[in-house]
Design a protein around this ligand. Structure first.
Ligand code: NAD
Ligand code: TYD
Length: 346
C-alpha cells in the first residue's frame, strides 16, 4: 500500500486522516478525491497543501469515469471511502443526496476497485447502522443491521454492498463502523461543534427533546489511528467497530463543553425532538482492540479538546457560519427556538 485514494478527504474525518497518514508514512501518497459539497473544505487541508505527497482531485464518487481516471492517474492501490452525506437532520428533510452518494457512490467505488484490481477498499461506516441500542446492551459486528434514519439506512446499504462485493467477487474489502467523532474541522451542524460555536457566541444551545440520548463521543485522531490499523492488519471481508466503548448523555456532553468554554447552563434550550431520534448507541470494541488499537482519549478529554479547538480557531468556523449556513440554521432551528421561548402558540 503506497497510493491511497481518500474519497471525501476534504471533510472532517477524511482530512484528519490524510494529515495523520502523511505524517506517519513518509513514502505514502494521499490522493483526496472530493466533490466539495457544503461539508467539504480545503481549509481543512491547508497544513499539507505544500506537501508533494498530497494530491487533490475534485470529483463526485458517483461519476465512474472520473473515479477511474483518478485511480489510474495516481496509480492508486487502496481506496478509503469517507465520502458521504453525513447529517441525520438533513437526511430527514431531503434524503435524495444520501441515496445518490452513500449508496450509488459507494457502489461506483467498489466497482472501480474491482475492475482495476485494487489491493484494498475500506468503507468508513457508522454505529448508526445498528439502530437504537437498549441500556445494558452493546453492538457487536455480527449484529443484524436496524437503521432508523434515511442517513443510517443509506450507510447500511453501503456496508451491505461492500460485503456483497467481497463475497461475490472476492474484492478485498474491510468496513470500519465508527461512533460519533469530535475534534478539529467538524462542520458546525453536528451537535458538538454547533453547541461549542453557539456557546462561544453566547447563543442558545438547541437540545433535542430531554437531552438524555446517549452517544460515544470519540476523538477523531483515535478513529483515524483505528482505520490505519484496519488497513494494515484487518482481515478482508471483516467489519470492525471503532469507539471508546463508553457513552454519555447529551446533557453531560453539554456540561463539559460549557465548563471548557466558561459559559452558563442557562444557554441550554430544550427544543422539539428529531423524528425517529435514536436514544442510544453503544459499540462493543473488543475486535479492534484485539488488533492492538486502544483509544488515547476519554470522552471528557475529547470534548474538552474540541471545545478549546473551536475557541482557538475562529478563522475556520466564522466564515462557514456566516454564509448559506444561516439559511440552514433558520430552517432547522428558527421555529424550534421560537417555540422553546414560548413565542409560538399552538
Ligand atoms: P463530512 O460531512 O465532514 O465530510 C464528507 C465529505 O465527503 C465532504 O468533504 C464532502 O465534500 C464529500 N462528499 C460528499 N458527497 C460526495 C460525493 N458524491 N463525491 C465525493 N465527495 C463527496 O463527513 P465526516 O463527518 O468526515 O464523515 C466521514 C465518513 O465517516 C462518512 O462516511 C460518515 O458516514 C462516517 N462517519 C462519521 C462519523 C462522525 O461522527 N462524523 C461517525 C462515524 C462514521
Ligand atoms: P449529531 O451530532 O447530529 O450526531 P448523530 O448522528 O449521532 O445524531 O447529534 C448528536 C446528538 O445530539 C444526537 O443525540 C442528536 C443531538 N442533537 C441535539 O440535541 N441538538 C442538535 O441541534 C443536534 C444537531 C443534535
Amino acid at each position: 500500500m503506497k497510493n491511497i485514494l481518500v474519497a471525501g478527504g476534504a471533510g472532517f474525518i477524511g482530512s484528519n486522516f490524510v494529515v495523520y497518514m502523511l505524517n506517519k508514512y513518509p513514502n505514502y501518497h494521499l490522493v483526496v478525491y472530493d466533490k466539495l459539497t457544503y461539508a467539504g473544505n480545503l481549509d481543512n487541508l491547508l497544513e499539507v497543501s505544500d506537501e508533494p505527497r498530497y494530491h487533490f482531485v475534485k470529483g463526485d464518487i458517483g461519476d465512474a469515469a472520473a473515479v477511474e481516471a483518478a485511480v489510474r492517474d495516481y496509480n492508486v492501490d487502496t481506496i478509503v471511502n469517507f465520502a458521504a452525506e453525513t447529517h441525520v437532520d438533513r437526511s430527514i428533510t431531503n434524503p435524495d443526496a444520501f441515496i445518490q452518494t452513500n449508496v450509488y457512490g459507494t457502489y461506483v467505488l467498489l466497482e472501480a476497485a474491482r475492475r482495476l484490481g485494487l489491493e484494498r477498499v475500506n468503507q468508513v461506516s457508522t454505529d448508526e447502522v445498528y439502530g437504537h441500542v437498549p441500556h445494558g446492551a452493546s453492538s457487536v459486528e455480527t449484529d443484524p443491521l436496524a437503521p432508523r434514519s434515511p442517513y443510517a439506512a443509506s450507510k447500511a446499504s453501503g456496508d451491505l454492498m461492500a460485503l456483497a462485493f467481497y463475497t461475490t467477487y472476492g474484492l478485498p474489502v474491510t468496513i470500519t463502523r465508527g461512533a460519533n467523532n469530535v475534534g478539529p474541522y467538524q462542520y458546525p451542524e453536528k451537535a458538538v461543534p454547533l453547541f461549542a460555536t453557539n456557546a462561544i457566541d453566547h447563543q442558545p444551545l438547541p437540545v433535542y427533546g430531554d437531552g438524555r440520548q446517549m452517544r460515544d463521543y470519540q476523538w477523531v485522531g483515535d478513529h483515524c489511528a483505528a482505520i490505519d490499523v484496519v488497513l494494515h492488519q484487518g482481515k478482508m471481508g471483516e467489519v470492525y467497530n471503532v469507539g471508546t466503548g463508553q457513552a454519555m448523555e447529551n446533557l453531560a456532553m453539554i456540561e463539559i463543553l460549557l465548563k471548557a468554554l466558561e459559559r452558563p447552563a442557562s444557554l441550554v434550550r430544550h427544543v422539539k425532538d428529531r423524528p425517529g431520534h435514536d436514544r442510544r448507541y453503544s459499540l462493543n470494541v473488543d475486535k479492534i482492540k484485539a488488533l492492538g488499537w486502544e483509544p488515547r482519549y476519554t470522552l471528557v478529554e475529547a470534548i474538552t479538546m474540541t471545545a478549546h479547538w473551536y475557541r482557538d480557531n475562529e478563522w475556520w468556523w466564522r466564515k462557514i457560519k456566516s454564509g448559506d449556513y444561516q439559511v440552514y440554521y433558520q430552517a432547522q432551528y428558527g421555529e424550534r427556538l421560537r417555540e422553546a421561548a414560548g413565542e409560538v402558540m399552538e
